[in-house]
Structure formats: C-alpha cells, structure tokens
Write a protein that binds this ligand. Sequence first.
Ligand code: NAD
Length: 352
Amino acid sequence: MKIETIAQEGYERVAKCEDPESGLRAVIAVHDTTLGPALGGLRMWPYASWDDAIFDVLRLSKGMTYKSAVADTGLGGGKSVIIANPKTDKSEELFTAMGRFVDSFEGKYITAEDVGTSVADMIHVRKGTTRVTGLPRDMGSSGDPSPWTALGTFLGIKACLEEVYGDGSVKDRTVAIQGCGHVAMFLARQLAEEGAKLYLADIASEKATSLAEETGGTVVDPAKILSMECDVLSPNALGAVVNDETLPDFHTKIIAGAANNILLREEHGQRLKEAGILYAPDYVINAGGIINVSIEVEGEYDEDRARAKVENIYTALKRVFEIAKEQDISTNEASNHVAEERLKAGREKAGV
Ligand code: NAD
C-alpha cells in the first residue's frame, strides 16, 4: 500500500493511497480537528481523475468541519473518497484496505458510510481499523443515520414555520418533497402524522407512489416539484437545486430539506433572502445523522442522548435566523459565522 501526503493549504492532512493488491485508489482529507477528531463519510464514486476526487474530498471535508461546529458534536471535519464504481467494484479486500488507510491517520480521521457505501461495506472497513462508525446497532454502533437526519429536518421545518408564520405547527401546511429516499421516507411519515399535506416526487416513480399511499400525499411530476405552490419546499434528493434557473420559479416561503449543498453557490442564499424565502442552511438542518454518530464516538451509544441532542437543531436554526436578522445577512452567511466563531473559540482555548 502506497500512501502519499498531498500538501494542501488550509487542511491539516490530505493523503492519497494506491494499493494494487486490492485495487484501492482513495483519498482522505482531514480539514480541521480543532474541535475533535475529524469525522465524515466514505464516498465511492467513479471519478474521472485523481484531481476530481481530490476536489470533491476537499470541499466535502470542509463542509463537515462547519456542520459539526454548528451542531456542537465535539468533532472536526474530514471525508474520504474511493475512486471506483459502487455498482461493480466493491470487494471485501478493497474495503479492508480502505480501513488500513483510515488507520494510518491514527485516530485523526473516523469514517462512516456515505454516497455509494453502506453499513455492509463498513463491516469490511472495520477489519482494517477501529476508526469506523455507523455499523449495525447489534455491534454496539449507532446504526442507520437516516431517521435521525429526518428527525432534525422535521424539527427544522417547524423552526422555519415558526419564524415565518409565528406558529411552528405543520398541521394543514403544504410541504413539497423532492426525493423519496431514506431520509424523505421518515420525514414524510412524521409530517403526515402531524397533519401536513404532502406533494411527493421522485425520479424513481414507484418510491413516490408508495410513500404517497402510506402518507395520503399527492404524487407530483419530478420536473414540477420545485415550482409547486407550497408553504415549505423540502429538497431531499440532490444538491444545487437553488440556482439561476430555479430561483425565479419558486412558489414557497421556506426552503428546508436534508439534501447537501442545496445552494449552487453561496450567493444564491442572498438571492433567496431578497426573494423573501427563508432558507434553512443545509448543514444545520441535516446534522441529525452526524449528531447521532457523535454520541457513539463519545463513548457508549445512547439513543435518548442522541434524540435530545438532535432536538437542539430547532434551537440552532432559530439562533441562525436571529443572527441573520440582526446583521441583515443571508441565513447561510449567518450559519457560516456561527461555525467560524466556534472554531475561533476552539483555537483560542487550545492556544493555537
Ligand atoms: P437516497 O439515495 O436514499 O434518496 C434520494 C432519492 O432522491 C432517491 O430516491 C432518488 O431516486 C431521488 N432523486 C434523485 N434525483 C432526483 C430528482 N431530480 N428529482 C426527484 N427525486 C430525485 O438518499 P438519502 O439518504 O435519503 O439522502 C437524501 C439527501 O440527504 C442527499 O442529498 C444526502 O446527501 C442528504 N443527507 C443524507 C443524510 C442521511 O442520513 N442519509 C444525512 C445528511 C444529508
């Protein structure tokens, strides 16, 4: 296994690994460990080049630093990527080798599942390192993060409703949900239980149909979901849904969903503010999964503690909205300020 450090300003350690025996080609980026060991998922994707993989892992690991800082998880930010096709290239040897690569960071980086990897893959990673989370509950781990991400998103939607309408109840509110995958499924159930009216869209139409049957929601064409007239638009599929093309055609007062990187660019947050649309910054509202995992990293996993901490997302968002109003800035800028303040305080405390 050949591990090579890549110098990268603003990052504590970035390294690439090539292991001809297992076929592993991977990169780990540790952005910042001021607030604790860097935790972030392992993504498997057929990147066209090393440069593409490095670009992605740098962007994602920095995002994890900010997410954990605002959620107060006691963790830093990191991420890893394997350059391979998750449909055809998975093997036990590959993930075990990845575990050994993770282990070479000596605890500075802790991994978990992400796009293209699963709990089953993490079991193989565990053969190469103990620095892995998100294993099955019966292995003493914190299990599937999606219900926790959904719980945080549900409470975040209530915080947004309270901010806009002075009443956080979802009863009779219309919520348009893009993507009916793991997170959205749990989210839709909670919203429906408390009386929300749902519009549901997924490019895999059978997922939207079955979730609509279960929740009494209405299936919508995926091409139309973003422009639905609704109280809350909840993106739970891919990123970059707020962009120059979509912005003029929103008919909502709130955008609040679990998808990562909802804004194509930071400036689109300002444009939402100007359009009078309240945006729940993605990494604040979707932190439920990482918060759940952080309980496992702290020591013995405790579901009640995880729930209490995920519930803080409501207050964290309200604080972000308050700062945005006080300083007349977009909500994404406000959440970046919160993260940067926490990192600054952490560095001062550590004397660095
Ligand atoms: P998932 O893959 O289970 O679900 C995504 C769904 O979106 C799929 O059903 C897919 O068919 C659908 N989809 C893709 N493109 C679409 C489009 N253009 N229109 C409509 N539907 C579309 O993923 P997930 O785990 O539910 O995660 C959803 C989002 O939340 C992702 O952006 C993920 O990065 C983010 N997120 C997830 C977690 C977690 O705990 N799972 C944590 C934080 C952030």
